[in-house]
Design a protein around this ligand. Structure first.
Ligand SMILES: Cc1cc2nc3c(=O)[nH]c(=O)nc-3n(C[C@H](O)[C@H](O)[C@H](O)COP(=O)(O)OP(=O)(O)OC[C@H]3O[C@@H](n4cnc5c(N)ncnc54)[C@H](O)[C@@H]3O)c2cc1C
Length: 420
């Protein structure tokens, strides 16, 4: 009997001790988890403050140290990134520091090529995160002639890929552009890149991942196949490092050498079906850069899916978008069958909507107009308006003075007389 009572006593004591131990462990664990989550939150907060300060510093640096006109930058490194794509790294020719920039911005270049009577102006996005070293990088894809067209391939993209060498000096305007994001924000972000449209998005991605990131980032990257897959290794490296970065790579024309699951994740192009299939909700900021048809269909699809317009940011790479594609809004805002008079050239033409922009109308009828980026960024095609008014097919980045217009983005609202 005593033995039984003794055993019972031991059991009760052991039970009590175990209960106390469990209680203590629970309290310790709760405290540990709270401390850990507090430490994680503190780290995240510090990181956001750091990014925010860096962003503000870049804005200040740009405002104070950017330059007007063209400055001489030297090509210090040229790297092949993929078939027909090269990156060029640039520093100031005079050795002075270059200002920081905001990820997503671009540079404007002026080229005086031996066989061209007039300088050519082109824009190229900065393709890396801003660095303290004051080094800029652009990545340029050679533009072929349109299929079946009897014309030369892209002049400047060919020149930068095939002719420019390390040590060469280029004329460059300071970084600019509004296609930028707030790197300190923790709002989940979706980057959608088609082909060389990866450049401004890669700059943003690198800036967000610079050091660490806990932000949910989803990159959708569409290219033709492995040969055209620029920055594949770099992006794969980031993907391994950052668990909150999700990448979906689409190959529209995979070759036999392309391995699904190793080189790419999906066959085909990026479309709304893929986004709906992959994203758990619409609660993201969307940044798009790529060929005009992809951007138009994806941006339109996102709006139909319920994404507010202010959460969809788009960068157009110029010529293809404003020059040869039918304009987005002229039919709604400008009446077809409008007379446009190029006063100095003595030509009166009829704009019927199919011509595209005023620049395109002029070019296809032998009226010489200066042009540069063809996307409303560089201001080269500004023309004085003598009578009439214009509408813009999309918001131009450069706001022309009253009484002038950006011919690459403008369509006539009514009868127009231009000083050209
Ligand atoms: C903000 C911005 C950022 C950009 N960032 C980048 C970037 O990071 N990387 C990049 O590679 N590009 C970028 N671009 C595009 C770049 O600026 C150039 O438009 C591109 O390199 C083509 O220039 P090009 O001189 O080679 O072609 P162009 O000589 O202007 O020719 C363009 C196309 O028109 C065709 N063409 C020529 N003449 C005719 C004709 N008479 N009729 C019909 N077609 C004709 C050519 O064959 C070619 O297909 C950016 C553009 C903008 C506006």
């Amino acid at each position: 009997m005593i033995g039984i009572l003794e055993t019972l006593g031991y059991v009760i004591v052991a039970g009590t001790v175990a209960q106390m131990a469990l209680g203590l462990y629970g309290t310790w664990r709760r405290g540990y988890l709270e401390r850990r989550s507090f430490a994680a939150e503190a780290r995240l907060f510090e990181r956001r403050v750091e990014l925010s300060l860096r962003h503000a510093e870049a804005e200040r640096d740009l405002a104070v140290n950017s330059w007007s006109g063209f400055r001489k930058l030297k090509v210090v490194r040229k790297v092949r990134e993929a078939e027909d794509v090269h990156s060029l790294e640039l520093v100031a020719h005079n050795g002075r520091p270059l200002p920081r920039y905001l990820p997503g911005q671009f540079l404007t270049f002026q080229f005086r090529l031996p066989d061209r009577s007039k300088p050519l102006v082109r824009c190229y996005s900065l393709s890396d995160a801003p660095s303290d070293g004051g080094r800029y990088r652009i990545s340029v894809k050679k533009v072929p002639a349109p299929e079946g067209a009897a014309c030369d391939p892209g002049i400047v993209s060919g020149y930068l890929n095939d002719v420019v060498r390390e040590g060469d000096i280029l004329d460059v305007r300071g970084p600019t552009g509004a296609f930028t994001g707030d790197p300190a924000s923790d709002q989940p972000i979706v980057l959608i890149a088609g082909g060389i449209g990866i450049t401004p998005l890669l700059s943003m991605l690198n800036a967000m991942c610079d050091g660490q990131t806990e932000r949910e980032i989803r990159l959708f990257y569409g290219v033709r196949n492995r040969d055209q897959h620029a920055f594949a290794e770099h992006i794969a490296g980031l993907r391994r490092l950052y668990p909150t970065l999700h990448v979906v790579t689409c190959y529209s024309r995979p070759t036999e050498a392309c391995v699904l699951g190793r080189d790419y994740d999906r066959p085909g192009r990026i479309d709304l079906a893929l986004l709906r299939d992959t994203l758990p909700s619409t609660n993201y900021l969307f940044y798009l850069c790529g060929p005009a048809p992809m951007m138009e269909s994806v941006a339109g699809g996102l709006r139909d899916w319920g994404v507010p317009s202010e959460d969809i940011r788009v960068e157009a790479f110029g010529a293809a978008t404003a020059h040869r594609q039918p304009t987005e809004r002229p039919a709604a805002e400008a009446k077809p069958g409008v007379e446009v008079r190029f006063d100095r050239s003595g030509k009166t033409l009829n704009w019927d909507g199919s011509a595209g922009s005023i620049l395109a109308l002029a070019e296809s009828n032998g009226v010489a107009l200066e042009s540069g980026c063809r996307a409303g960024h560089c201001g080269t095609c500004i023309v004085a308006i003598k009578a009439g008014a214009v509408d813009y097919v999309a918001e131009p980045a450069v706001v022309p003075e009253p009484g002038t217009c950006l011919a690459c983005m403008a369509v006539p609202r009514d009868r127009l007389i231009l000083d050209a």
